[in-house]
Unconditional design. Structure first.
Length: 572
């Protein structure tokens, strides 16, 4: 027996012995042996979750806290189902889907994962560099030149390669990787939770109102919420209709985006292969569910909730005194003015409040500026919530409350941890995906090649990830990945109900009913997010034709795949 096999057998026996001794001993063993759930946490706590949580707080205040709680719960359900299938069969999912379900689904799943890994590595490197430059060191020390960007990206890449190497080992090296990853997640949690604790100490938070935000409200998909809803009541019906259309469009879009970042196409690939790579089997099924709940769900909920709370406290319906001034000269001095010019121009120059073209959204004329300055405070507060800010805006906004150093370093470390942990996991996933594409074991040169391809492409972000290229690449990745996510969910839904795949491990009775209800709700959520992605991106001038083509061609190919599989089965 090899040292790797010996280590796996020791873990299995350790788990069985603990389960025989009772619940408390079992929980201690679960904590000690956990790992794959923390990998999921490292990827879900990335730039997408950061942006989604930030804008949820800006638009809806704390009233939308429930959304990410529900989204991660649905994600945990599907990942638990994927884990159950994998640990019960011991079969690599790509092959199981290809051989038993649909070859087009299998290849679409793995190829979309590879594309998303490489493209989404770029903004993570960018996020890491921005955290070091803007918060941890300062722009006066680190310039905004390509040399600095490539230099730091190279260092991040080397560190990520070493971390991935540790994960690929067994025994002590793998344990070191697990501890490192848990510490990285802990830093992210501590940084953002610490900000909320300090805001609470300073008396800036209303916790009774915050707790209400964890209760789902269905009307928030089509109605403004939080203080914005209250501000709407002070407006005349026609003006209210104008702003309501703006707010609801932005609010529903960010709700879909924030929910989609909880579990992406990459994560459905990572979970089963990280389990197989550790040598886990049916003995570890209960541990895998515990691992997802503690390693993924709890950190995700803690971090995203704290970002929503902090963003809401500083930006939701908040404006500075200059922006509220009715004097045009004073209003122009507000930092908010430069970021709201387009909306203000549209508001004051259109009697029927029709949308204006981008060319028309230029600086306000003197007459238009006077009209904008005279807008009531309620409208100015509403328009301020439509600004797309980032985490660095939030860090600056909290400096007067938390102090410059605490704000800078807390957000800098948190953002760096989010970006770097995601780079590691994207590389790891790509290694597994390359092994499947080449039909090789989950190790060796295909694994290393896949890891290096994702990290290497990501480190070239200064060349690709800027201006219109950034928008173009993100549209392709997010649209294709989001369109494929419900297909992956449906695939595992069928696998959880397939006796051919699971045999005697097929859930029965009440257990099967519960699984199907929970998975069904998760599938519906994914379908809604995919529909939103298709509708939003289909009209984009540079990528609309790609999205539309994928939305038509891929489903058609899936139908052909089902036909091919049925005929193959009939022949055999």
């Amino acid at each position: 027996m090899s040292s790797a096999e010996n280590h796996i057998e020791q873990n299995r026996q350790q788990l069985l012995d603990a389960q025989a001794r009772g619940t408390l001993t079992t929980l201690r063993a679960f904590v000690r042996l956990s790992g794959p759930g923390w990998l999921q946490s490292a990827i879900t706590l990335g730039g997408g979750s950061l942006a989604g949580a930030l804008f949820l707080g800006i638009l809806g205040g704390t009233s939308l806290l429930w959304l990410q709680l529900v989204a991660i719960t649905m994600g945990i359900v599907m990942l638990s189902a994927i884990s159950y299938v994998t640990l019960s069969t011991g079969e690599r999912p790509f092959r199981a889907i290809r051989d038993h379900i649909n070859p087009v689904l299998a290849w679409g799943w793995v190829l979309a994962t590879v594309a998303a890994n490489m493209i989404w590595c770029m903004p993570q490197f960018s996020l890491c560099f921005a955290a070091v430059q803007k918060n941890l060191v300062g722009p006066t020390v680190i310039g905004d030149t390509d040399n600095f960007k490539y230099g730091f990206s190279g260092m991040f890449l080397l560190a990520a390669v070493f971390a991935v190497y540790l994960n690929g080992q067994q025994g002590r090296a793998a344990r070191v990787f697990d501890i490192f990853l848990k510490l990285l997640i802990a830093i992210i949690v501590i940084c953002f939770v610490g900000v909320v604790v300090l805001l609470t100490i300073n008396g800036k938070l209303n916790w009774s109102e915050i707790m209400k935000g964890f209760i789902p409200v269905g009307s928030q998909w089509k109605e403004p919420t939080g203080s914005i809803a209250v501000l709407m009541n002070d407006l005349t019906p026609d003006i209210q209709a104008f702003w309501k259309a703006k707010v609801v469009a932005a609010q529903s879009g960010v709700m879909i985006a924030a929910a989609a970042t909880a579990v992406g196409i990459n994560m459905t690939f990572l979970m089963p292969y990280s389990l197989l790579n550790r040598g886990w089997d049916r003995t570890f099924r209960e541990l895998s569910r515990f691992d997802l709940a503690t390693g993924m769900a709890i950190p995700y909920i803690a971090v995203t909730s704290c970002i929503v709370i902090a963003a809401a406290s500083q930006f939701h319906g908040k404006v500075d005194a200059q922006f509220l001034s009715s004097d045009p000269a004073i209003m122009q001095e507000s930092p908010l003015f430069r970021r709201t010019v387009g909306l203000l121009k549209e508001r004051v120059t259109s009697d029927d409040f029709a949308y204006l073209s981008k060319e028309e959204k230029e600086k306000l004329s003197d007459e238009e500026l006077i009209q904008a300055a005279k807008l009531p405070a309620a409208e100015k507060q509403i328009v301020s919530s439509l600004i797309k800010r980032n985490a660095f805006d939030l860090a600056s906004a909290l400096e007067p409350l938390l102090g410059e150093k605490v704000s800078r370093y807390a957000f800098g470390l948190g953002i760096l941890g989010m970006g770097f942990s995601t780079i590691i996991i994207l590389m790891l996933i790509n290694g597994f995906a390359f092994c499947e594409i080449l039909g090789k074991p989950l190790k060796g040169w295909p694994y290393i090649l896949g890891c290096l391809v994702a990290g290497g492409v990501g480190a070239t972000w200064p060349f690709f990830w800027q201006g219109s290229s950034q928008v173009y690449l993100s549209i392709i990745a997010s649209s294709f990945g989001m369109m494929l996510l419900p297909i992956a969910y449906v695939t595992f839904f069928f696998m959880m109900n397939s006796r051919r795949v699971l045999g005697d491990d097929l859930p029965k009775g009440r257990s099967r009913l519960v699984w199907n209800i929970l998975m069904g709700l998760s599938v519906l959520g994914a379908v809604a997010a995919a529909g939103k992605a298709i509708v939003d991106k289909a009209s984009h001038p540079s990528a609309g034709w790609i999205v539309v083509t994928l939305a038509i061609v891929f489903p058609a190919a899936v139908l052909v795949g089902f036909f091919f599989r049925r005929n193959t089965n009939a022949d055999t």
